[in-house]
Design a binder for this molecule. Structure first.
Ligand SMILES: *Cc1c(COP(=O)(O)O)cnc(C)c1O
Length: 359
């Protein structure tokens, strides 16, 4: 089911950034945005693409008080054949609706949502940057918007999609990061909102990230919230390890975010013949492997970076170097293949890349 999208074009087109090496992440926005409102009874209505502008909220709006907000993140790529492409957008839509269910927010028709993304990206196609490694980041978000303070599942909501041209994540080459185990804060717990992509998870994880940075680490390695024993994620990425030739990644217990990059890596690795174990992995198992040399590679996965190799791990006052602080063979192969599919430079055996329009 498609939504009937009205389009109001801007009368004041913004200047597109001339220097694509200075794009950074999420600071520049395109000319238009998508918006749609939900009310109990009427359902989703007034689907519209309008000039990019601030949003007005009632001061009692649910999102401002009770954090009823979910979001997604995906990219549009300018492929080598000249087309504009998305990477597995239907996975983002599925996940957004799972997040919506968890936070009692209204779901969006999947076919209609894909049409919204395609329509907006096509309208903004000139904003998809051209340089190697750059892309147009797409940020759909959905929030509760009831104009009163009573605590209950929302009756009104708003869905918005904004787009931002972003620079190459690895403009200076792929440098491994330094990661410290977080033993105080937890990101989320089983039964909580870990598997949902909601703003609240990020709010709760910022303190640990800040502390880690102040101590000279790039990010934290999160442990489970019940036993503080099993590894869950690294920063806001999923995490994978190569131990004795096998790939191990924490299973999706409910507190781990089901990353689309994670899923794609697992599918690629299996297709290459690797044994991939999705299971609990304890911090003791990891550091025993680090001590014995069995830990060959460690990396995070996520849309922004694709993969992020881990070069140092800190735990109980000790520092362990992984893979000589270099990107490992498997990590590099995943990076090359995923980016190759995303930018249309390699075959796409799984049909992950979705054409939006000619560039
Ligand atoms: C979005 C996100 C990821 C990565 O998901 P991708 O779909 O691969 O981008 C991992 N962990 C957390 C907490 C996230 O929010």
């Amino acid at each position: 089911m498609k939504y009937d999208i009205s389009i109001t074009k801007t009368k004041a087109q913004k200047e597109r950034p001339a220097d694509e090496s200075a794009l950074g992440f999420g600071t520049i926005f395109t000319d238009h945005m998508f918006m749609m409102d939900y009310d109990e009874g009427a359902g989703w209505h007034d689907a519209r693409i309008i000039p990019f502008a601030p949003i007005t909220l009632h001061p009692a709006s649910t999102v401002l008080h009770y954090g009823a907000e979910i979001f997604e993140g995906l990219k549009a790529y300018r492929a080598s054949d000249g087309t504009i492409r998305l990477f597995r957008p239907e996975e983002n839509i599925k996940r957004m609706n799972n997040s919506a269910q968890r936070l009692c927010l209204p779901e969006i028709d999947p076919e209609g949502c894909l049409d919204i993304l395609m329509t907006l990206v096509e309208l903004e196609k000139d904003w998809v940057p051209h340089s190697d490694g750059t892309s147009l980041y797409i940020r759909p978000f959905l929030f509760g918007n009831d104009p009163h303070l009573g605590v209950h599942a929302v009756k009104s909501a708003t869905f918005v999609v904004i787009c931002s041209p972003v620079g190459a994540y690895y403009a200076e080459g792929i440098n491994p990061v330094k990661i410290a185990i977080e033993s105080e804060d937890v990101r989320t717990v089983r039964g909580g909102t870990g598997y949902a992509k909601c703003g609240g998870n990020y709010a709760a994880s910022l303190r640990a990230g800040e502390r880690a940075e102040a101590r000279g680490y790039t990010q934290v390695l999160w442990l489970d919230g019940v036993e503080r024993k099993y590894i869950e994620e690294v920063g806001s990425m999923n995490v994978m390890f190569k131990i004795n030739g096998k790939i191990i990644t924490p299973e999706l217990t409910g507190s781990v975010l089901p990353g689309i990059t994670r899923k794609s890596c697992v599918e690629l690795l299996k297709s290459w013949g690797y044994t991939v174990e999705e299971r609990l992995i304890s911090v003791d198992e990891l550091f025993d492997a680090a001590k014995s040399g069995a830990l060959e590679e460690a990396w995070g996965t996520g849309t922004a970076a694709v993969v992020s190799p881990i070069g140092h791990l800190f735990y109980n006052g000790r520092e362990y170097t992984v893979c000589d602080n270099k990107i490992g063979e498997v990590t590099q192969k995943l990076y090359d293949n995923l980016t190759g599919i995303q930018w249309g430079k390699l075959d796409d055996p799984f049909g992950w890349s979705v054409k939006v329009c000619e560039g």
